[in-house]
Design a protein around this ligand. Sequence first.
Ligand code: NAP
Length: 317
Amino acid sequence: MTRIGHSDLDVFPLSLGGNVFGWTADRDASFAVLDAFVDGGGDFIDTADVYSAWVPGNPGGVSERIIGEWLASRKPEGVVVATKVSQHPEFTGLSASNVRKAAEASLGRLGVDTIDLYYAHYDDESVPLEETVGAFAQLVADGLVRHVAVSNYTAERIREWVEIARRTGVDLPVAVQPHYNLVHRNDVEQTIIPVAEEFGLSLVPYYSLASGFLTGKYRSVDVGGQTSPRASGAAKYATEAGLRIIDTLEEIGDAHGASIAATSLAWLRAQPTVAAPIASARTVEQVPDLLAGGRLELASDEVDALNRVSEWTPAKA
Ligand SMILES: NC(=O)c1ccc[n+]([C@@H]2O[C@H](COP(=O)([O-])OP(=O)(O)OC[C@H]3O[C@@H](n4cnc5c(N)ncnc54)[C@H](OP(=O)(O)O)[C@@H]3O)[C@@H](O)[C@H]2O)c1
């Protein structure tokens, strides 16, 4: 189990991504994935109010609704649900009134009284940050949200959020959700991890499997017969350098009897401040690799080997 920042949230160190629910996994498949995840020891689910409004005919809120129906049907003990605000077509942005209305809509779809972890999904610089921080604080004060978090914020804006929260005497964010994995390291390691370390925030990275590339199933940048809507986003990493990372993951994973996917998730968990990588599964068959990624412990020389093969060059100051 792992603690999220300074919160009281103690979770299995792998979060199940919810953007597949109602998109590449229908309701039944989503229920089966959620069952398999929780039966296997998982208890931390990530979604957003917008999922998956990018699909034609999908209004958004579909993932939250499926999770809500699953929670009502299964009544699982101790499951922690994180969701996000700012991108839903009807509730765009982070003004105080929008944050309130979006949170109430999410609570309704999830069928819960309190959101465990509530993220500002993307920064909204059109609204004074004081207003957004105040809106999140009000949700906590009113019992609609337990803990506050941010996603896709720059280090400077995270710092600003923390400073405002301290000045106004409200709860600090407990987590940051950035795009971070073995093929997307430098920005996070250079800017986000230092600020997370400074303020005791946990990283909950997304695209932990690089949309599937870090499972080893894409061996060419040519997506050819691949039908997954994730294929082009994943296969673009199958360059010579990317495939060297896959080979190293395979070699290290073999020594543990672990898959490439599980090994890449274990590498993420070994990085400073990372509490729980997020990865999604479209099918029940994909779930065991995710759970294994939450349990596998790599030796320091294995982490070093993966660091070297995925090395990045610091930007000049
Ligand atoms: N904060 C943000 O802005 C943001 C942005 C994006 C995502 N997220 C969150 O992060 C979560 C994860 O993102 P993601 O799903 O886009 O990327 P991901 O976790 O990197 O990739 C997941 C995909 O990899 C494939 N996969 C998973 N397990 C596999 C296995 N064992 N073997 C083979 N393939 C496997 C599946 O794709 P196929 O269907 O192609 O098999 C699955 O949908 C989302 O659900 C969401 O909760 C947050």
